[in-house]
Write a protein that binds this ligand. Structure first.
Ligand code: S3P
Length: 175
């Protein structure tokens, strides 16, 4: 089993915020695949979608996970919402460590991301419908990929972090 703690889930589920809180508690560095890809490519995620297309972005996600296999220290890794969709990426995630799914409802996503301009898949008309459709396509994939699931609706970030630490501990994934 890999040594990292991996956070997966839909856009707006709180992967980055929880990752940061967890990193303070566990004294582990948090990495974010979107940020690593932006740094590597010198483009924002929106620019990559715009200029190169979604498929190319997905390949960059795969390459990013392959590089993370070389990471010697245990890290918290927050991954982009669509990354677990590729079979190869799920395989790489399993090699990297314990996969935690932060499960959120479409209503919460819509509330949190209303007015967001950084997620190319939610731009244009009727973002609520897009969230609902994508969530329907993805929720089974997230669930099957996960070692642990945490429902995040109605909880504050510290509560979620504590629940996550407890579940990691009980699953023997953390001391
Ligand atoms: C995506 C989620 C985004 C980012 C890109 C595509 C997706 O990351 O990778 O916009 O397909 O769900 P966050 O989940 O961090 O928003």
């Amino acid at each position: 089993m890999g040594k990292h703690i991996i956070l997966i889930g839909f856009m707006g589920c709180g992967k980055s915020s929880i990752g940061i809180r967890l990193s303070y508690r566990l004294r582990m560095t948090v990495l974010d695949t979107d940020k690593l890809i932006e740094r590597q490519s010198q483009m924002t995620v929106s620019e990559i979608f715009d200029r190169l297309g979604e498929e190319e972005f997905r390949s960059m996600e795969t390459a990013c996970l392959e590089r993370l296999l070389q990471e010697p220290e245990a890290r918290i890794i927050a991954v982009g919402g669509g990354l677990p969709l590729r079979e190869r990426n799920r395989e790489l995630l399993r090699q990297l460590g314990t996969i935690v799914y932060l499960r959120v409802t479409p209503a919460t996503v819509c509330q949190r991301l209303s007015g967001d301009v950084t997620r190319p898949l939610l731009q244009g008309a009727n973002p609520e419908e897009k969230v609902r459709r994508l969530m329907e396509e993805r929720s089974g994939i997230y669930e099957r990929a996960a070692d642990l699931v945490i429902d995040v609706d109605g909880k504050d970030m510290d509560e979620i972090r504590d629940e996550l630490m407890e579940k990691l501990y009980k699953a023997g994934r953390w001391r």
